[in-house]
Ligand binder design. Structure first.
Ligand SMILES: NC(=O)c1ccc[n+]([C@@H]2O[C@H](COP(=O)([O-])OP(=O)(O)OC[C@H]3O[C@@H](n4cnc5c(N)ncnc54)[C@H](OP(=O)(O)O)[C@@H]3O)[C@@H](O)[C@H]2O)c1
Length: 261
């Protein structure tokens, strides 16, 4: 099996580093032209320069702020008007850590804007074009917190579950048009996000950072964090025509960390 995405147009959120960048790199390596979304022009330019262009791929980027929904909506509405997109990877920065009662109603609203409204808006914007072509892939970055809520990550626990339910519903509506909608339940991957979460935990509890890091790795059956490129491989497969019969699924990629079925 050789994944060939030549001629496909992809959009990847949060794509200057971590899981988003790794996904964009694998999509590009399979031949897709990718539009990267993030905040900073210089970082976007640098990320774009890491993408494969050997098959005539034409990459692009758009500066957006996921934390400001109205500006995100305006920027994406303008940029994507009339553009053809086959593959959408919904991915943003993660929400702040914290427990149920530490968070205010406003915090929940902000997390809803960040993790739910951005996903819905882009999908809604690009769906008609996918329907017209009879092909589309919507991939949502989510978390294993959907199956086993993690301590001190209530905003993620709450909003990611909403995304799974939304995605399942959308998958039923989109399937007759050759469009699939799948959600990836992300375990622990070696990115800046996980490092900053563990660093905050270490500062709060006084536990040694390296000790905590090692403890978290040892709790995973694979005894390590995932590498971002391993994430990209799954996303490239799900984005491809080979994955046409996988729809409405929530797929864990976690080194065996989840305890539930
Ligand atoms: N890594 C893990 O183990 C793990 C586990 C479960 C779930 N997740 C989730 O997966 C997603 C990606 O994780 P990651 O580890 O790849 O994160 P990351 O390394 O922190 O990368 C975040 C990306 O989002 C961009 N970004 C940050 N704030 C932004 C904003 N306000 N507007 C636009 N772009 C913004 C960053 O680029 P700029 O700073 O250049 O804008 C960067 O490209 C997150 O939602 C995270 O919670 C990750």
């Amino acid at each position: 099996m050789k994944i060939d995405l030549k001629g496909y147009q992809a959009v990847v959120g949060g794509a200057t580093r971590g899981l988003g960048l790794a996904t964009a790199q694998q999509l590009a390596a399979c031949g897709a032209s990718v539009t990267l979304l993030a905040r900073n022009k210089e970082k976007l330019e640098a990320a774009k320069n890491t993408l494969d262009v050997s098959d005539g791929q034409q990459h692009n980027y758009l500066e957006v702020d996921f934390a400001n929904f109205e500006s995100f909506r305006a920027a994406t509405d303008k940029f994507f008007a009339g553009k053809k997109v086959d593959i959408l990877v919904n991915n943003t920065n993660g929400p702040a850590a914290g427990s149920v009662i530490q968070k205010t109603t406003e915090d929940y609203q902000q997390a809803f804007d960040l993790l739910f409204k951005t996903y819905h808006h882009l999908s809604h914007l690009l769906l008609d074009g996918m329907k017209e072509r009879g092909f589309g892939r919507i991939l949502n970055v989510s978390s294993v917190t959907v199956k086993e809520p993690l301590a001190n990550l209530i905003l993620s626990n709450t909003m990611r579950t909403a995304v799974v339910s939304w995605a399942k519903s959308l998958s039923k509506e989109a399937a007759p048009f050759g469009i699939t909608v799948n959600t990836v339940l992300t375990g622990s991957f070696e990115t800046e996000r996980i490092e900053s979460l563990i660093r905050s935990q270490s500062q709060e509890t006084g536990e040694d950072f390296e000790g905590l890091l090692n403890q978290k790795k040892q709790a995973i059956p694979a005894k390590r964090f995932g590498q971002p490129e391993e994430y990209g491989y799954l996303m490239a497969f799900l984005a491809s025509p080979f994955a046409g019969y996988i729809n409405g699924a929530s797929i864990p990629i976690d080194g065996g960390a989840l305890n539930c079925l």
